[in-house]
Design a protein around this ligand. Structure first.
Ligand code: NAP
Length: 235
């Protein structure tokens, strides 16, 4: 579980551990991962800290080697770490290139790099689940529909990074289509986390449910889908 020190990621760790999963809680720094994992361990949950800045190739290599030597496989990967760096006061044409690049580094390229690195361990599992935490703001269908609730919400670098995560999900699902392994994208909802400065329709507990559902998907579940609480969203 990447980006698990707070918000939706932290709560997803809690709910997966409550469901009996041994959770590797990844944080950008060792200290933040240990602090978050300790909080869940104090609740009697099986949670272990992992140091993983998802944009750090050295961290990724260390995590892969660690999981390989300790477990030899990985059953679930939740790509949850994400940033929203756009200046929402500016129109789409006036976001900086630095913002675009930094956003894509974390929200897309790191998702691809972490997944590529862990894929051999996921393939070693009997039936792995990859969950990509996307957003309804990545949906072209919603962005182009004047009747959609997000029609007037244009956060270009963030939105495009999540559209790209959706595209990556479809392509990886195609690659895995003749295997037992599944990859799906989810929208957690508009959730009351730091990313939204506490605004949102959903509590963090409810915001974790879509990730948990797809992480624990039964073998007859979908692959290559984009859903929120089990409801299909337009790409
Ligand atoms: P959040 O409260 O801002 O938490 C983001 C998490 O990602 C933090 O743990 C943060 O770690 C981590 N992170 C960021 N960059 C990282 C990096 N380079 N390496 C490792 N960890 C990194 O956000 P959230 O609302 O829980 O969002 C979680 C996911 O849901 C994101 O992918 C977001 O785009 C998506 N999402 C959220 C909403 C919403 O309404 N909240 C809606 C749609 C989609 P630090 O503590 O070290 O910064």
């Amino acid at each position: 579980m990447t980006g698990a020190t707070r918000g939706i990621g932290f709560e997803t760790c809690r709910q997966l551990a409550q469901a009996g999963v041994l959770v590797l809680l990844a944080g950008r720094s060792a200290a933040s991962a240990v602090k978050a994992a300790d909080e869940l361990r104090a609740q009697g949950l099986a949670v272990e800290p992992v140091t993983l800045d998802v944009t750090n190739a050295g961290h990724i290599a260390t995590v892969v080697a660690d999981i390989q030597s300790r477990f030899g496989r990985l059953d679930i990967l939740v790509n949850n770490a994400g940033v929203l760096l756009d200046d929402v006061a500016r129109p789409p044409s006036r976001q900086t290139l630095a913002c675009w690049r930094e956003t894509f580094d974390t929200n897309l390229f790191a998702v691809v790099e972490v997944t590529q690195a862990l894929l051999p361990l996921l393939r070693a599992a009997p039936s792995a689940r990859i969950v990509n935490v996307s957003s309804q703001l990545g949906s072209f269908g919603l962005h182009t529909d004047p009747a959609s609730p997000i029609y007037g919400v244009k956060i270009p670098a963030y939105d495009a990074s999540k559209s790209a995560v959706n595209a990556w999900t479809v392509h990886l699902a195609y690659e895995l289509k003749d295997t037992p392994h599944k990859v799906n994208a989810i929208h957690p909802g508009y959730v009351q986390t730091d990313m939204n400065r506490g605004a949102g329709d959903l509590s963090i507990a409810d915001g974790a449910k879509s990730s948990v559902q797809m992480a624990l998907l039964p073998d007859d579940g979908p692959s290559g889908s984009f859903t929120h609480l089990g409801q299909t969203l337009p790409w």
